[in-house]
Design a protein around this ligand. Structure first.
Ligand code: SF4
Length: 490
């Protein structure tokens, strides 16, 4: 897609304008040399009446244009220049898009990944709920359904984060290996026999980094409250390797203060009664078993090489093991999924008794096998939207509340990812990570340590090499010097 920007205001960067385009054209890319027949032209100017924007769309669906000025908007909450610029530009683009497609995107013109952060920001500063709702619905053009979801999630987050102090931290341990690669996956995860030979060496190095992380946590006076072993598929490790990893964590990380110890089981075909026993005995109290769908046709279409029966069996084993919380992940918008197969999947996981259910919307990434060829990105994305709405309503009726939420780019139907939970089973790690409210130390290939200052205004990221072979080749430590320097600044 070609994007032409005439902006003399000093507000908003080109990335913002391109992100707006994705609201109606989620499959578009923005290469330097573009021969696409699709283009959007934006203007954003300062006028005597304040900021004014226009958006003109030329596309295979038709052409359309619209304008919006500062005088057209009465802001619910006093708003700074950058936000006014985002509002007039966003509203001009939405008007043009609505003329063309006949609908408004559910998240209005909000392009950020963390819409709930805005709701929480205002609620925590004493703004009344109805004012925050008006801000979302009137000023940001967010639908009433997503406004309610944001406000409910913000309240859950406020409650969860009230038990976290600036000295609390999380620990993330990465195991980027999977038995086979799913077609929608964009993670760096090794899934071939040649690379599996790296696992023993990888675990040795990982244990060393866990040791260094434990040391720096003690030196700097951090108090860990959550540990998360993610992947990849950590349960792909052998029983002996699992014991080794859990033992390293228990030995080096100060675990007395840890109230949530999560293990991403992920692929059900890797979970056996023996492995679940080892994981449980290693101190883990929260585990995930993920089907994504309980329709075999859908699993086959997304290249997930396990059966529906594998999932029911692993879920039943996990439920019997006595973990405090068992989580499951679903994805709306998958190829071959229908409203009926999605709603059956949801009913299945509710009936199994998962305390924590995360509903994702498919997001198509460059690194995944699934591209847009299967037609995910019709501009309206109605089916995925219906599935996500159905999930939210059904889970609410069954006693689950949303407690964390994030959005991704290029998501089918402009949907979001929401974690739902029965009361007391929320994952504090997910909230800490997603809201960037606490420091999380990470270990392993592709992992990123996120340092958050005491007042929450500074964030620094320290990334480990992306691929396991790079991680093994380069040992630069865990970034001890940068961690100390960051903490010296308060
Ligand atoms: S199991 Fe998860 S991490 Fe592994 S390939 Fe599939 S989607 Fe990717």
């Amino acid at each position: 897609m070609k994007v032409f920007i005439d902006n003399n205001t000093g507000y908003l960067n080109d990335y913002h304008f391109k992100s707006l385009c994705l609201l109606y054209f989620p499959a578009e890319k923005f290469p330097e040399q573009d021969s696409s027949s699709c283009s959007v032209s934006f203007t954003l100017n300062k006028t005597a009446n304040g900021l004014r924007a226009s958006a003109s769309v030329v596309s295979p669906y038709g052409n359309s244009s619209a304008e919006c000025g500062e005088e057209d908007i009465i802001f619910t909450i006093p708003t700074a220049g950058e936000d006014i610029a985002a509002a007039v530009t966003g509203k001009a683009f939405l008007k043009a898009g609505e003329k063309l497609f006949g609908f408004l995107p559910p998240w209005g013109y909000l392009t950020g990944l963390r819409p709930v952060k805005r709701a929480r920001y205002y609620l925590e500063r004493g703004f009344r709920e109805n004012k925050v709702r008006r801000l979302f619905e009137n000023d940001y053009n967010v639908s009433s359904e997503k406004t309610s979801l944001s406000v409910r999630t913000a309240y859950s987050e406020i409650k969860l984060l009230s038990s976290i102090t600036p000295k609390n931290c999380g620990v993330y341990v990465s195991v980027p290996f999977c038995p086979t690669r799913c077609d929608y996956c964009s993670f760096v995860s090794y899934s071939n026999n040649k690379l599996f030979r790296l696992i023993p060496e990888y675990l040795e190095r990982l244990a060393n980094d866990i040791k260094r992380t434990g040391s720096i946590i003690k030196e700097t006076g951090f108090v860990p409250v959550s540990v998360y072993i993610g992947g990849g598929t950590p349960s792909f490790l052998s029983e002996e390797q699992l014991r080794f990893l859990l033992c390293a964590i228990n030995k080096y990380i100060p675990m007395d203060s840890v109230r949530e110890y999560s293990f991403e089981g992920g692929r059900p075909d890797t979970l056996t009664a023996q492995k679940l026993g080892i994981i449980k005995n290693g101190g883990v109290n929260r585990i995930s078993v993920n089907p994504q769908s309980t329709c075999q046709r859908v699993l086959d279409a997304i290249g997930r090489k396990h059966t529906v029966e594998d999932f029911f069996k692993a879920a039943s084993l996990a439920m019997k093991c006595g973990f405090s919380t068992v989580n499951t992940d679903l994805i709306a918008g998958l190829p071959e999924d229908t409203f009926d197969t999605f709603s059956k999947t949801l009913d299945d996981v509710i009936n199994i008794g998962f305390e924590n259910i995360t509903v994702h919307t498919l997001s198509i990434k460059n690194a995944s096998e699934i591209k847009n060829e299967y037609g995910a990105f019709d501009p309206v994305g109605r089916l995925a939207r219906e599935c996500v709405s159905y999930a939210g309503n059904t889970l609410t009726e069954r006693g689950y509340d949303p407690y964390y939420l994030y959005r991704q780019k290029r998501t089918v139907g402009n949907g979001e990812n929401t974690g739902f939970s029965l009361c007391g089973h929320e994952s504090i790690y997910n909230v800490m990570m997603m809201e960037e409210s606490s420091t999380v130390f990470a270990c392993g290939a592709g992992a990123i340590t996120k340092l958050v200052s005491v007042d929450g205004t500074r964030i620094e990221r320290i990334a480990f090499p992306k691929y396991p072979f790079e991680y093994l080749e380069r040992d630069d430590g865990i970034g001890e010097d940068r961690i100390h320097l960051f903490l010296l600044k308060g």
